[in-house]
Design a protein around this ligand. Structure first.
Ligand code: GDP
Ligand code: MG
Length: 210
């Protein structure tokens, strides 16, 4: 799959204000500073698309981007439009109890009610051993029956052995409470690692919902 165009559409303070649900939607979420905006920019080949955070945890908005992608060659090329969503991250220490509650409500509403939501990518920092906060967030997705995959980010910051161990440990931790493990990807925004795999996956999923 090739991305032809990525356009910022709108930032919404709540689920009800999101754009009309007329396209397949892929949302990205994870701990604040996990590399969400960097990954989105890497996937779209546009360093200025999602703002990489100077002040993490500040923006509590649902950010919609419209993506035009294409597949095939020459006369067989077909194009497809879908939404990519940058969700506000969790686990930022310096936020008040009140704004944390607000975040929880907004995310729960969005993930439970957004009817065109095809898949959520949960980003996990590949440099660390399994973190409680990520495992706990996945438990919410289980309750809400939200389809998701995992993306292990910043893989360039550790050697491959450590990354593989962290991924394995995370999946093993999940096995304690999950009957099936989700699909997972390993990426680096700096080295553009994992880009083709994630894009091909999105395209395959989109072909099923088209
Ligand atoms: N080396 C490396 N740094 C990254 C990568 N992804 C993000 N970063 C850095 O991590 C910090 C947080 O990234 P950002 O995309 O703003 O995280 P967000 O808060 O999840 O949106 C920034 O300083 C990025 O440059 C990566 O794949 N490799
Ligand atoms: Mg960000």
């Amino acid at each position: 799959m090739k991305i032809n165009k990525a356009t910022y559409i709108i930032s919404s303070p709540e689920f009800e204000k999101c754009p009309l649900p007329d396209k397949s939607e892929f949302a990205f979420i994870g701990r604040s500073n996990v590399g969400k905006s960097s990954l989105i920019n890497m996937l779209c080949n546009n360093d200025k698309l999602a703002k990489t955070s100077a002040s993490p945890g500040k923006t509590q908005l649902i950010n919609h981007f419209e993506i035009t992608s294409s597949r095939g060659e020459g006369a067989h090329t077909s194009t497809f439009k879908w939404f990519l969503v940058d969700l506000p991250g969790y686990g930022f220490a310096q936020v008040s109890q009140r704004s944390r509650r607000r975040w929880e409500q907004m995310i729960e509403n969005y993930l439970r009610k957004r009817e065109n939501l095809t898949m959520v990518f949960v980003l996990i920092d590949a440099r660390h051993s399994p973190q409680k906060i990520d495992i706990a967030f996945l438990e919410n997705l289980k309750t809400w029956k939200t389809p998701f995959c995992l993306i292990f980010t910043k893989s360039d910051k550790e050697n491959q052995r450590t990354v593989n161990k962290n991924v394995k440990d995370f999946l093993n931790e999940m096995k304690k409470t999950w009957q099936f493990l989700p699909q997972h990807f390993i990426t680096s925004a700096v080295k553009k690692g994992g880009r083709e795999k994630v894009l091909t996956f999105i395209d395959e999923v989109n072909q099923q919902v088209e």
